[in-house]
Design a protein around this ligand. Structure first.
Ligand SMILES: Cc1cc2nc3c(=O)[nH]c(=O)nc-3n(C[C@H](O)[C@H](O)[C@H](O)COP(=O)(O)O)c2cc1C
Ligand code: SF4
Length: 515
């Protein structure tokens, strides 16, 4: 790995504006790929030209109601802008705004000055016990001790899959060599999920500290942070934190792994770890076939340990305090106080709602405990413990811990259609079950919403969903199928009513957003 990487070359060229035929031919030559290869990359990444954007993610869509048409003239629709707790959200003239009854208001936390005022600097971070291995002459990271600590804590990955961290470390150690990488996944993009953005912006040292601990514990000398291009504030915070850290390391006489921070374009699927590697290597951001797993062949074909930004932050806090695990849960949808709430992992849903000022859970029709990819549970389910095993037992997934609450006035057919639209739009198209399946499920659900179609269509949708669950390359196709099956199973009567042209919910939000 030397000189400028493909991703840097592409980013640099695109930042100068659209490429003409000659420009494309030159770029393809420079990258050493065919014109068709270049075209396949350029058509994957939507260039951001600073245009106005309108968020269509479920938490925003729930709040748009009839306001969208008027507001959205000329704006490009985006699947998620990452400010779900301020729904409904737009980007207008470069500023992130929430749309209120009387107009628009800038979201304070999206402002660079807000982040600058509230970011945790290294002096505050070390006071809490962070980077303790940089203290004194004997300071070092005990890799095996750390592995035991992680195992004892039961820490699971917080990027969505919930894989036990200690098992990943053990598997990685079988393949690790001196060229291995630690990849920090900072490419958050699912509607309802905004925890990583807040951690990256305001607590970047916790991510870098956790990355160093995980890297050194596993013999890794190079860390790459793959951050979503749209997270400009997170990128600025991480870069500032790395500068502070470099200064501190210089004065300490210790050494740490090399840390590179790369901004990667892409879409929701780019958050899938192998798709992120493809993006960072300057290719179309599509998930790779497995095996081999990234622990064996990952970034730049080297053994790679991948962790979500919040997982690393949790590893840092485990190393410094060793206390019980806390998790940032995102709350959005029909709640009074949406936001992120950092509480003990496994806190009951009702308790989370009450402690965040949102409870008690009355008038709740359904809850998505793990964002759009975690499935849907009917009722308020106050006793539900928000940990991976309990949520799985209840029939859903904890995912990233992004709880979307749907009140009794919500139409579940429209909700299911919105979710299906998201997966259809975000499918990368690499495998057939997902490429076709997401489109067909969206069609069936649109038909049901409009009172077209029949029970047979719903059953056919079930068959398609099963094929997606069994045959998709990555979890996107699988969770899209699972979501359809859950929604139809739990709210069958509502679906059957809709097929007859009847909706008993207070508002179908179809009217407001149809364009
Ligand atoms: C479609 C899709 C999107 C994903 N998006 C993210 C993401 O934005 N951030 C993330 O850390 N993991 C994401 N993941 C999970 C990663 O593939 C991977 O499991 C995770 O980064 C591993 O880190 P962890 O073990 O610390 O959770 C996504 C997975 C899929 C299938
Ligand atoms: S499941 Fe969907 S997103 Fe994943 S590789 Fe297949 S087409 Fe792409």
């Amino acid at each position: 790995m030397s000189g400028m990487k493909n991703i840097d070359i592409i980013n640099q060229r695109l930042s100068r504006g659209p490429l003409d035929k000659t420009g494309k031919a030159e770029l393809a030559r420079e990258l050493g790929i065919s014109s068709a290869g270049l075209e396949s990359i350029l058509t994957f990444y939507t260039p951001d030209r600073g245009e106005d954007l309108l968020c269509t993610g479920l938490p925003c869509r729930m709040k748009w109601q009839g306001r969208a048409i008027e507001m959205s003239v000329g704006a490009r629709e985006e699947s998620c802008l990452g400010y779900c707790d301020h729904a409904p959200v737009m980007r207008v003239e470069g500023k992130f705004v929430t749309v209120t009854g009387s107009g628009i208001a800038e979201i304070e936390e999206s402002n660079h000055d807000f982040v600058k005022r509230n970011i945790e600097h290294i002096s505050e971070y070390t006071l809490k016990g962070g980077y303790s291995y940089l203290e004194g002459e004997g300071g070092k990271i005990d890799g095996d001790g750390m592995l035991q600590r992680v195992e004892k804590s039961g820490l699971r990955g917080m990027g969505g899959a919930g894989f036990p961290v200690h098992l990943k470390w053990k598997s990685f150690r079988q393949f690790s060599n001196e060229d291995s990488y630690l990849l920090v996944n900072a490419h958050e993009g699912e509607p309802g999920t905004f925890k990583d953005r807040k951690i990256l912006e305001l607590a970047p040292h916790s991510v870098l500290d956790g990355a160093i601990i995980a890297a050194v514990s596993n013999g890794i000398r190079r860390i790459v942070v793959g951050i979503k291009k749209e997270y400009a504030l997170g990128y600025a915070s991480l870069t500032m934190a790395r500068e502070e850290l470099t200064e501190r390391v210089r004065n300490s006489g210790h050494s740490i792994p090399e840390i590179e921070i790369i901004r990667a374009g892409g879409s929701y699927v780019t958050g899938e770890e192998t798709a992120l590697m493809e993006a960072l290597e300057g290719r179309r951001s599509e998930p790779r076939l497995r095996p081999p797993f990234p622990t064996e062949i990952g970034l730049y074909s080297r053994p790679t340990l991948v962790h979500n930004a919040e997982t690393l932050s949790a590893i840092a806090s485990l190393a410094s305090s060793g206390k019980e695990l806390l998790k940032s849960y995102c709350l959005s949808g029909d709640v009074k106080h949406p936001g992120t709430y950092r509480v003990k992992i496994g806190t009951a849903l009702g308790k989370l709602m009450e402690s965040s000022g949102n409870g008690p859970m009355t008038g709740v029709k359904a809850v998505m405990p793990g964002g759009l990819s975690g499935g849907i549970l009917p009722g308020s389910n106050e006793e539900l413990k928000l940990d991976f095993d309990s949520v799985r037992k209840a029939g859903a997934g904890l995912g990233t811990g992004s709880v979307i609450v749907l009140s009794s006035r919500r139409c579940m057919v429209e909700t299911a259609e919105n979710v299906a639209s998201f997966f259809m739009k975000e499918s990368c198209g690499k495998c057939m079950p997902c490429r076709h399946g997401t489109k067909e499920l969206k069609e069936i659900l649109s038909g049901a919403r409009q009172g077209r179609g029949s029970e047979i269509d719903l059953e056919n949708g079930g068959e398609i969903a099963r094929m997606m669950i069994d045959g998709s390359i990555c979890a996107l196709g699988q969770v899209a199928g699972r979501m359809y099956m859950d929604a139809v199973a739990h709210f069958r009567d509502e679906f059957l009513d809709h097929l007859k042209g009847v909706c008993r919910s207070e508002s179908c939000f179809s009217g407001g957003m149809e364009r």
